[in-house]
Write a protein that binds this ligand. Structure first.
Ligand SMILES: [Zn+2]
Ligand SMILES: [Zn+2]
Length: 734
C-alpha cells in the first residue's frame, strides 16, 4: 500500500524531455532532468541554449517531432518555474491552432504565457503615484506631468508614457517626494463575484434560453450554442445566468468581447448583476495588472475573465464556460502574427476543455448560421425586444433623388428629422465608419495628393489634432500651410467626409444642438467613455456622431433617430464579406434606436437603394438577406461552402518581394480542388514600408488545404528580408 505512490512516481518521472522552446530558429530541443527536479508535460522550465537561457514547455515527445539527440549530449534543464503546468486541453489547442493556421507552434504557445515576471512567481512590485506634496516652484515640465498623472498609479516607465515625459523627469520627481512609491502585492485576491447578487426578472423566452445554458454548464460537456437574438432582446442577461451557474460550481468563465473600448457598458452591467467587476484582460493593461490577472487565471482564483481575443489562450485552471459576445465581429480575426479567428478557436477550446460555448449575436456570421443549420451548433433564438420595445422603422433615403446641398453630406430630409428630435428633446445618432475630417486632401492648384510614404494609402486629415495621418501605419504630419509640391498657400482641399466633418456640419445646421463625436480618437480611455455614456443617459447630448464604436452595446432610451450617412461605404473594395459586414453594421447601429418606450426610426442614405443588402435592411427581411448572401457565396465557392486562404509575401525591397511571390506562384500545386489566383500586388501594395504581393487560394471543402500549403511552401526558400505569411480563412483581402 505504501509503495503504490512511489511506484507511480517512478513510472512517470521523466528523465529525458522534449521542450517546445521560445526560439524562432530552434523550436524543439531535448534535455535531461537532473535528479533534484521533476517535471510533467506542460511544465514551464528554463534550459541552457549555448551561453544563454531559454524558456521552454515540456511537451509529449511523440506529439512533437524533433531530432534525436544522443543521451550523452543532453544538457540538464536549469529550473522548473513555480507555475502550474499548461494543462492537456490547452496543449491540444496550441497544437490544433498551429496545424490549422499553418503557424509556428511556439508562436501560438507564446499567447498562453504571461510575462517572465509573472512566471517567476508572485511577490510584490513597486509603482508610483502623486504624493500630494507640491513644491512651491515647479518646472513647466514637472507641472505638466503632475496634471497628466492625476489619479494614476503605475511603474515609472508606464507613467512616463502617460505623461509624455522622460523617465528621468519622473525619477527626479520621485527623489524630491512629488511621487511616492507604493508596494503592490501581485497575488492580492480579486473581490468575489456573487452568483445571486442581483437576480434579474427574465421574460419567458429569456428564461427558457438561460435554462438551456445552465443545464449545459451543469453537464460539463462540450455544447456549442448560437444565441441569435435581435438587438435589445436581452442576450447578455441570458448568458449571465449561465455565468452565475459556473460561479456557483466554482468554475472559471471567459467572456470575449470584440473591442475593449466597448466594455465600459458591459462592465457596469456585470457589476450590477454580480456585485463586483470581472477580471479584465487586454493589451493596454499595466504590467502589474497583467501579472496579477495572469496569475489569478492560472491559479483558478479569477472567476470571470472579460477580455479581448488574446484572453482565449490563457491557462485557465478550471474553465467551465466560454462566451463570445458580438460573435460576428471582424475584430475577432487577428491579422498579424498568428492569424487566427477567436470566434472559431473559442469553439475548439470549448471542445478540448469539454465545456459549453455560447456565440451571441444579433447578426450572426453566415458561417455560424450554417453550423446551426447543420445541427452542429444549438440555435437559441430571442425574437423579440425585451420589455415590449419595438424594432425601429427603417427607411431608405436615395441620395440621387434627394441630394444634400452642395458641399454637405446630410440630405434635407435627414436634417429635418434631426430638427424634429431636437425640438422634442429626443436624441439622434449619425453613423459614419470613417475617423477624421476628410479621407483625402489635395492641392487645388496642382492636384498634389497627400499620400503615406510607407503605405499605398491617402493621409486622412484630422482637424481636431491638425494633422494628416495614415490609418494603416500611424505615420503623421502636421497639416502644412502650403502645398509641398507647388508651394501655393491656402490651396488645400478636403475631399469626402469623415465623422469630424459630419460633426461640423451638424453644428452649422443645428447650432443649438449639443453634439458628441464618438470615435477612437475622442473616446480613447475608460474615463472618457464613462463621461460620454453618463452625458448621453442624462440627456446632455442631442446628436451623437460616431464610427463603429457607437454601433453596439449602448442603450439610450431617448435615442429615437439613427441616420446612416453613407451606407455604400462598406460595399466598396471588393471584400468577400462586404455585403454581410454592411448588413451587420447597419442592423447593429439601427438597433440603437427606439430602445425605450418611444419608437425608433432609421434613415439610410445611399446611392444604391437597389443593392440586395440595402433592400433587405429596408424591408426588415433578414432571412432574405442571408438567403441571397448564401447563394452568392455558394456560387463563388466562398465560405462556408468553399474555403479561402491567402499567402502574403512582403519585403522592404520591391524586386525581392516580387521575385519571391513569383517563385511561390511557379511552384503552385496542380490539384483539381484547389485554385490559385495570383501572384499580384496586394491592394495595399505598400504597408508600413514593406512591398506586398499576394496569392489567393480557393479550395473546395474536400481539399486538405493546410497540408497542401505546407508542402508547397516547404519546397521553397527565400532571402532573409522576405516574409511569407499564410492567412487561413482570411477576412481582409487587402
Ligand atoms: Zn500644389
Ligand atoms: Zn502608412
Amino acid at each position: 500500500m505504501v509503495r503504490l505512490p512511489l511506484e507511480r512516481h517512478s513510472v512517470t518521472k521523466m528523465n529525458r524531455i522534449r521542450l517546445l522552446v521560445f526560439n524562432p530558429a530552434l523550436p524543439v530541443l531535448d534535455y535531461k532532468v537532473p535528479a533534484h527536479l521533476s517535471v510533467e508535460p506542460g511544465s514551464l522550465v528554463l534550459a541552457p541554449l549555448g551561453p544563454r537561457q531559454v524558456l521552454g514547455i515540456v511537451w509529449e515527445a511523440d506529439r512533437l517531432p524533433g531530432d534525436e539527440v544522443p543521451e550523452a549530449k543532453l544538457r540538464p534543464i536549469l529550473e522548473v518555474l513555480p507555475v502550474a503546468p499548461l494543462a492537456a486541453p490547452l496543449r491540444r489547442l496550441i497544437e490544433w491552432c498551429a496545424d490549422y493556421y499553418v503557424a509556428p507552434m511556439n508562436a501560438v504557445a507564446r499567447m498562453a504565457l504571461g510575462s517572465m515576471a509573472a512566471l517567476r512567481g508572485g511577490g510584490t512590485t513597486t509603482e508610483y503615484r502623486l504624493s500630494g506634496h507640491e513644491p512651491k516652484r515647479l518646472t513647466p515640465q514637472r507641472a505638466a506631468a503632475m496634471d497628466a498623472l492625476h489619479g494614476e498609479q503605475a511603474t515609472i516607465r508606464e507613467l512616463a508614457a502617460i505623461a509624455g515625459v522622460s523617465e528621468a523627469v519622473l525619477r527626479g520627481m520621485a527623489n524630491t517626494g512629488i511621487l511616492e512609491p507604493v508596494t503592490v502585492d501581485l497575488d492580492r485576491p480579486y473581490p468575489r463575484a456573487r452568483a445571486d447578487f442581483a437576480v434579474p426578472d427574465l421574460s419567458a423566452e429569456q428564461r427558457q434560453a438561460a435554462d438551456r445554458f445552465i443545464a449545459a454548464v451543469d453537464a460539463e460537456e462540450f455544447r456549442p450554442f448560437l444565441l441569435d437574438g435581435v438587438t435589445g432582446s436581452g442576450k447578455t442577461e441570458c448568458y449571465f445566468e449561465a455565468v452565475a451557474e459556473a460561479i456557483r460550481r466554482k468554475c472559471q468563465v471567459l467572456v470575449l468581447l470584440p473591442e475593449i473600448a466597448l466594455t465600459e457598458n458591459f462592465l457596469r452591467r456585470f457589476e450590477a448583476r454580480f456585485g463586483t467587476p470581472p477580471v479584465l484582460w487586454h493589451s493596454s493593461l499595466k504590467a502589474s495588472e497583467r501579472r496579477r490577472a495572469w496569475r489569478a487565471i492560472a491559479s483558478g482564483e479569477a472567476q470571470v475573465v472579460v477580455g479581448a481575443r488574446s484572453a482565449l489562450f490563457l491557462p485557465y485552471a478550471r474553465l467551465g464556460l466560454l462566451v463570445v459576445d458580438e460573435a460576428h465581429e471582424v475584430s475577432f480575426k487577428q491579422d498579424d502574427g498568428v492569424r487566427y479567428n477567436a470566434r472559431d478557436v473559442a469553439v475548439i477550446r470549448a471542445r478540448f476543455e469539454k465545456v459549453p460555448v455560447i456565440l451571441a449575436s444579433a447578426t450572426p456570421a453566415l458561417e455560424s448560421l450554417e453550423m446551426a443549420e447543420a445541427g452542429v451548433y444549438e440555435r437559441v433564438v430571442l425574437p423579440d425586444r425585451f420589455g415590449g420595445a419595438q424594432l425601429p422603422e427603417i427607411a431608405v433615403l436615395d441620395l440621387r433623388k434627394e441630394p444634400p446641398e452642395r458641399g454637405r453630406w446630410l440630405a434635407p430630409r435627414l436634417v429635418g428629422e434631426m430638427r424634429e428630435r431636437l425640438e422634442r428633446g429626443e436624441q439622434s445618432l449619425l453613423f459614419l465608419n470613417r475617423r477624421g475630417y476628410a479621407p483625402l486632401t489635395l492641392c487645388r492648384h496642382c492636384g498634389y495628393r497627400f499620400q503615406c510614404p510607407n503605405c499605398s494609402a491617402w493621409l486622412v486629415e484630422h482637424r481636431l489634432s491638425r494633422r494628416l495621418s495614415c490609418h494603416h501605419c500611424g505615420h503623421e504630419v502636421p497639416v502644412p500651410d502650403e502645398c509641398p509640391e507647388c508651394h501655393t498657400g491656402d490651396c488645400l482641399v478636403a475631399c469626402g467626409p469623415g465623422a469630424e466633418r459630419i460633426a461640423d456640419e451638424v453644428k452649422e445646421l443645428l447650432p443649438e444642438a449639443r453634439t458628441a463625436l464618438v470615435t477612437s480618437d475622442t473616446l480613447n480611455s475608460p474615463e472618457r467613455i464613462s463621461e460620454f455614456v453618463a452625458a448621453a443617459e442624462q440627456g446632455l447630448i442631442d446628436v451623437i456622431i460616431g464610427t463603429q464604436l457607437v454601433t453596439k452595446g449602448y442603450h439610450f432610451p431617448e435615442l429615437t433617430l439613427v441616420g446612416v450617412v453613407d451606407a455604400d461605404l462598406g460595399l466598396e473594395g471588393g471584400d468577400l464579406r462586404a455585403g454581410e459586414r454592411t448588413y451587420q453594421q447597419i442592423a447593429q447601429v439601427a438597433g440603437r434606436a427606439g430602445r425605450g418606450e418611444k419608437p425608433g426610426e432609421v434613415l439610410i442614405q445611399t446611392r444604391h437603394p437597389e443593392a440586395a443588402v440595402i433592400a433587405a435592411l429596408a424591408a426588415g427581411d433578414r432571412d432574405a438577406f442571408y438567403a441571397a448572401e448564401a447563394e452568392g457565396r455558394r456560387e463563388a465557392g466562398a465560405p462556408p461552402f468553399g474555403r479561402w486562404a491567402a499567402i502574403i509575401v512582403s519585403s522592404e525591397d520591391e524586386a525581392e518581394a516580387r521575385e519571391a511571390s513569383r517563385a511561390i506562384g511557379g511552384a503552385r500545386p496542380n490539384l483539381p480542388d484547389v485554385l490559385v489566383l495570383g501572384p499580384a500586388p496586394a491592394p495595399l501594395a505598400l504597408l508600413r514600408g514593406r512591398y506586398r504581393y499576394r496569392l489567393l487560394i480557393n479550395a473546395r471543402r474536400s481539399a486538405q488545404l493546410q497540408d497542401v500549403i505546407r508542402q508547397w511552401l516547404a519546397s521553397l526558400s527565400f532571402p532573409q528580408g522576405v516574409r511569407v505569411s499564410v492567412d487561413i480563412d482570411p477576412y481582409s483581402f487587402v
